[in-house]
Design a protein around this ligand. Structure first.
Ligand code: FES
Ligand code: FES
Length: 160
């Protein structure tokens, strides 16, 4: 077993993990942070997307021991970090029909956070490219793209 110390949503966190454990299992099963969803479990759907040191990763493929010393941001961290409900990006998903069944939403939002941190004013093509690895069975994607565009134009970058 490995002891890992890392920052989760701004809080110093210590956990003991099996060397073969995945980050999604550490988050959901060990730490009870169930906002991150598991779809395919094979790196194909993006439902499990979280940020590690600011970049989007598939937590179903990411070895849990590798978070040692790193910063992990999940969907829970977006709202909590502000202490006043949903982040503007999350609210934009609600306002623009970007979430329906909601299963893909945490991964979509985290992928969008990654995009908007790198590119405050993405084009539709930029958004489509950034979300290539995120699958949605409900929305047809257009409302998701519109949600991200709305957040970007409303807040000069969406997340803040
Ligand atoms: S559950 Fe990780 S990419 Fe599908
Ligand atoms: S909202 Fe249902 S899978 Fe995307």
């Amino acid at each position: 077993m490995n002891r890992v110390t890392f920052t989760l949503n701004g809080r110093s966190t210590v956990a003991v993990v099996d060397p073969h454990k995945r980050l999604i299992d550490l988050l959901r099963d060990t730490l009870g942070e169930t906002g991150t969803k598991e779809g395919c479990g094979e790196g194909e759907c993006g439902a499990c997307t979280v940020l590690v040191d600011g970049r989007a990763v598939n937590s179903c493929l990411y070895p849990a021991p590798e978070v040692e010393g790193r910063e992990v941001l999940t969907i829970e961290g977006l709202a909590d970090s502000r202490g006043k409900g949903l982040s503007p990006l999350q609210q934009a998903f609600l306002d623009n029909g970007g979430t329906q069944c909601g299963f893909c939403t945490p991964g979509m939002v985290m992928a969008a956070v990654d995009l908007l941190r790198r590119n405050e004013h993405p084009t539709r093509a930029d958004i489509q490219t950034a979300l290539t690895g995120n699958l949605c069975r409900c929305t047809g994607y257009v409302q998701i793209f519109e949600s991200i565009e709305a957040a970007a134009s409303a807040t000069n970058g969406g997340e803040s």
